[in-house]
Write a protein of this length. Structure first.
Ligand code: SME
Length: 160
């Protein structure tokens, strides 16, 4: 059994310190990328409040394909010229979207989503996956979330 207890009085950078530590412990020495993505999706879902979707899209050929996640069933394939995920994978940069309705080409997998954070995972300079977080709250994600998830993406670079 893996039991990760989350202190209720921590937030911001400290919360991501704990999340990255748990992710490191869970994935260390495990070479199976699907198992690692599945466990990380579960951790994101457990640690971060106010999410309605948390998970991965993987680069397969020239498009993104759905990976392990928590939340409602989602779009399976995303071309790189579409959506927030496509923008993150195409540019290799974090996309922090305070209002998804204002993002041209946003793909609404769940109509409840109002804000979104997508962080690319890179290996040897190439995007291999993106971490996608959605929230039903407008403006749910801030720079502290972007930095925290970027730290997680750095850890996962060699573990997916
Ligand atoms: N909203 C994303 C699509 C993926 S779902 O949110 C799970 C996008 O615009 O790329």
């Amino acid at each position: 059994m893996y039991a990760f207890d989350i202190a209720t009085d921590i937030s911001g950078t400290e919360l991501y310190d704990e999340l990255v530590k748990a992710a490191d412990a869970l994935t260390a020495g495990e070479p199976d990328g699907i198992a690692n993505m599945a466990n990380i999706a579960a951790l994101l879902w457990q640690y971060l409040p106010d999410l309605n979707w948390a998970g991965f899209y993987r680069m397969v050929g020239d498009e993104l394909v759905l990976g392990p996640f928590q939340g409602k069933a989602a779009c399976i394939r995303i071309p790189l010229d579409k959506g927030v995920c496509g923008a993150a994978a195409r540019t290799g940069t974090t996309q922090l979207v305070e209002d998804v309705h204002a993002f041209p080409g946003h793909i609404a997998c769940d109509a409840a989503s109002r804000s979104e954070l997508v962080v690319p995972v890179t290996r040897d300079g190439a995007v291999i996956a993106v971490i996608d977080l959605d929230s039903p709250l407008p403006g749910r994600f801030a720079q502290v979330d972007a930095s925290g998830v970027e730290r997680l993406a750095g850890l996962l670079s060699s573990r997916l």
